[in-house]
Design a protein around this ligand. Sequence first.
Ligand SMILES: [Zn+2]
Ligand SMILES: [Zn+2]
Length: 67
Amino acid sequence: MTNEPEQEPVCVRCGRPVVINRQLYAEVFEKMHWLCFHLEYEHPGDPDAPCGDPSCYLKTAQKKGSL
Ligand SMILES: [Zn+2]
Ligand SMILES: [Zn+2]
């Protein structure tokens, strides 16, 4: 019985495993997390400050009131 675990894709930017968006990770996000891709290519300046992108993770986080 071969029950080998699936190869865990790893983000090239932070080195941590990619669990969510695994289908998109290779083709769309250049082997990064969505967040890592966003910070690398789309998020200028301070990573703690929201950028102009409406889908920026910080805007989402602030809407939830967690920041
Ligand atoms: Zn990452
Ligand atoms: Zn952003």
